[in-house]
Design a binder for this molecule. Structure first.
Ligand code: ADP
Ligand code: MG
Length: 220
């Protein structure tokens, strides 16, 4: 049995008299410890898939199976960070320790994303890339078994984007976490163990990559 399985999942949004099919019979599996990338243009239905996997939304029909799932096993990195504005970087990451008992030390988690000297800054004092890294530190500090990331490099420059992908690939390779990255940037696909392509609410192809590329070799 697969670790994560989405089976014939359909999500409809009703807007007045029109119905939007955000996900149309979406089916895929992801194995434990994989780094999977869900790739597709804006509006393809990627965030809808991720929100349903994370339990933040429910599908209209179909099944989502996650082996041995507990809510606290999942970390989520949102596209627009979702940091608490009146808490410092360190306090934002410490929120993780209120959710799980064995959370990582917040300072260490921030050091790991290259923000050791910014722990006492508030989100407004940080650049977009730095805020994204705080959001990743917060998700990683929970030691999640599954890490779901919505456009984690969307707002980042080339080098910061690579740094973030390095952290996410390490989560899979070194910590054995299952990492799912949603992106519209096809240049990132070679680093994934599995690439699930979406188009118009549907899965258009699934590709398993026997030799994923190291972030350092990646150019875009
Ligand atoms: P992606 O993340 O690939 O850009 P989304 O999953 O966000 O795509 O959206 C897929 C489709 O569903 C789009 O047409 C979008 O406008 C629509 N959609 C997403 N969320 C909602 C919502 N809450 N209400 C209505 N339509 C939505
Ligand atoms: Mg999206």
């Amino acid at each position: 049995m697969a670790y994560i399985e989405m089976k014939n999942s359909t999500k409809l949004y009703h807007m007045g008299s029109t119905t939007i099919t955000a996900n149309d019979n979406v089916s895929f599996t992801i194995e434990q410890g994989e780094l999977a990338i869900i790739l597709g243009a804006s509006g393809a239905g990627k965030s809808t898939v991720l929100n349903i996997l994370g339990g933040m939304d429910t599908n209209t029909s179909g099944q989502v199976i996650i082996a041995g799932y507990r809510r606290t096993d999942i970390g989520f990195v949102f596209q627009f960070y979702n940091l608490v504005a009146n808490l410092t970087a360190r306090e934002n990451v410490e929120l993780a320790s209120q959710i799980v008992p064995d959370a990582q030390d917040a300072r260490q988690a921030l050091a790991d994303v290259g923000l050791a000297d910014r722990v006492d800054n508030f989100p407004a004092q940080l650049s977009g890339g730095e805020q994204q890294r705080v959001a990743i530190a917060r998700a990683v500090a929970k030691n999640p078994k599954i890490l779901l990331c919505d456009e984690p490099t969307g707002a980042l420059d080339y080098n910061t984007g690579k740094q973030v992908l390095r952290i996410l690939q390490d989560m899979s390779r070194k910590k054995g976490a299952t990492v799912v990255i949603v992106t519209h940037n096809s240049a990132i696909a070679p680093i994934a163990d599995r690439v699930i392509r979406m188009h118009d609410g549907r899965v258009s192809s699934i590709e398993v990559n026997e030799h994923p590329m190291d972030i350092e070799e990646l150019e875009w």
